[in-house]
Design a binder for this molecule. Structure first.
Ligand code: FES
Length: 111
């Protein structure tokens, strides 16, 4: 799978999440300085956009706004209940002024 352009780096505010749709797949992007994380945007507990939740900078996680589950941005693991299944993680890279994402092969989160 090739890297696809996701957004301009300037569109990604530090410590907030941005929802983008790449090849029809909703992805949440989170920037910490020179690092960008990309995980599937749909919560594994219900059809909710994770990008609308809060970024937990200490845990490097994204919190689902609906019921509060934390998802690790590095592994996609659900760190807290009620979600128990992970979401897919994608490789993200900064190239110049842009962010590129290589989508994970499975095509969807592990639900
Ligand atoms: S919908 Fe995300 S934790 Fe329930």
């Amino acid at each position: 799978m090739n890297a696809v352009p996701a957004c301009a780096l300037a569109d990604l505010a530090e410590g907030t999440a941005l929802r983008v749709v790449l090849d029809g797949r909703p992805v949440a992007l989170v920037r910490f300085g020179d690092e960008v994380h990309a995980i599937d945007d749909t919560c594994s507990h219900a059809e909710v956009s994770l990008a609308e939740g809060e970024v937990d900078t200490e845990e490097c996680a994204l919190e689902c706004w609906k019921h509060g589950s934390l998802f690790d941005l590095r592994t996609g693991e659900a760190l807290t209940l009620p979600a128990i299944k992970p979401v897919a993680v994608h490789a993200a890279a900064i190239d110049g002024d842009n962010v590129f994402v290589t989508l994970a092969d499975d095509g969807r989160s592990n639900r």
